[in-house]
Design a protein. Structure first.
Length: 397
């Protein structure tokens, strides 16, 4: 038998999808599974974006420019300007989702054995992207009891070595919903300047802030950081276009962008039809995003209030995104989540969660926690909370 690479064999499993086979089996047995494990919104995409796919009269699908069409990148600049972010089309590489944007970034700035520092828990696939790029993740633990706030700058600085190439955060955070303030972004930026490293900020949930008081501050708004700042972005969550797989790598560092373009050339181009749908979405009525933001804020309130009524359950209070971390009265949340798919139903229904241990890089953390996405309508979220309550009672027996 030919031998596979160590890189492939050691690539971490996704905690978001690792229980999918059990969910599929439950469905084949007639069980209805509510999916709170994955950030797949049930809100309709903008009508304009669906219409451009449905009604186009193309006779072929040609290659697009490797960096994305100029018209699309100009449109993105207009969107960013509305958010007080000043960039030029040449600062943008359009990618196959934010995933490819991050993969390009790590391959541009890191060599094998280099390190990136990430506050944990963090989006689980960061581990996979790093492993695929032969990069080592250096985690800094943020705590449930502190609402996953940014660890002290001195704690982060102690982790910086000669192999450190970047600090990576998601703002607002997947999976915690923590919103990094303008002050915190600037503190991290100053640290990056001091040690001549990059600050990478995944901003795909920028629009989803659940308070009129709190505001999102982009890493690209910190002007003195322009050669050290990299923004990762996407249309997936903002416009319910997850399947379009259109993301962006944005930076004012010209050398970085020209290097990323080499990787973009290797995969030829982003998907033409997906770019058309994305362009239509960005051009759609601004009221769409206002409605979506308000809807997620209502869902957050509904879900958290329901969870807080369940004995033994503790839940974080996210300021942004559409996830929360939930601590359960069980010893192993992954085993419990699997059991819910294989051995439990309530009125022939069950719920799929993402075990939170997979969002940590440090062994032992998150063992009693799950990530829940409030991506379903309020009625379904209340139903999921009821099923969880019934499951916990059955499990304790």
């Amino acid at each position: 038998m030919p031998i596979l690479s160590n890189k492939g064999r050691n690539l971490p499993e996704s905690p978001i999808r690792k229980l999918s086979a059990f969910a599929t089996k439950a469905k084949t047995e007639g069980v209805h599974v509510f999916h709170l494990n994955i950030g797949q919104p049930d809100i309709d995409s903008p009508k304009d974006s669906i219409d451009v796919v449905r009604n186009n009269n193309l006779k072929l699908l040609p290659y697009e420019s490797s960096e994305g069409s100029l018209s699309f990148r100009k449109l993105l600049c207009t969107y960013y300007k509305r958010n007080k972010i000043e960039v030029l089309p040449e600062d943008i590489i359009v990618t196959t989702g934010a995933s490819e944007a991050l993969a390009f970034t790590l391959n541009c700035i890191c060599d094998a054995g280099d390190e990136i520092i990430i506050p944990e828990p963090f989006y689980a696939n960061y581990n996979g992207f790093a492993a695929a790029s032969s990069v080592k993740v250096i985690p800094i633990v943020s705590l449930f009891d502190e609402q996953f706030c940014l660890p002290s700058i001195s704690t982060i600085e102690k982790k910086i070595t000669t192999r450190t190439k970047a600090i990576l955060i998601c703002n607002p955070s997947n999976p915690t919903g923590y919103l990094y303030s303008q002050e915190e972004i600037k503190l991290l930026g100053d640290l990056a300047l001091k040690h001549n490293i990059f600050l990478i900020v995944d901003e795909v949930y920028r629009e989803f802030i659940h308070s009129e008081v709190d505001k999102h501050f982009s890493v690209l708004q910190y002007e003195k950081l322009k050669d050290h700042a990299i923004m990762i972005d996407s249309v997936s969550k903002r416009y319910s276009l997850c399947g379009a797989r259109v993301g962006f790598m944005v930076s004012k560092n010209k050398n970085l962008i020209s290097t990323a373009l080499k990787f973009a050339h290797l995969r030829l181009s982003p998907a033409t039809l997906a770019l058309m749908a994305s362009e239509a979405a960005i051009n759609s009525d601004p009221e769409y995003l206002i409605h979506v933001k308000n809807e997620y804020s209502k869902r957050k309130k509904t879900l958290i209030q329901a969870l807080e009524k369940i004995d033994g359950v503790r839940v974080s209070n996210p300021k942004g995104a559409f996830y929360c971390i939930v601590e359960l009265p069980v010893e192993d949340a992954e085993e419990f989540s699997k059991w819910m798919l294989t051995d439990f139903t309530y009125q022939n229904e069950t719920v799929m969660f993402a075990p939170a241990a997979g969002f940590y890089s440090t062994p032992g953390y998150g063992k009693k926690q799950i990530r829940m996405g409030f991506v379903l309508n309020q009625k379904d979220l209340l139903r999921c909370a009821k099923i969880l309550e019934k499951a916990l009672k059955a499990y304790s027996n």
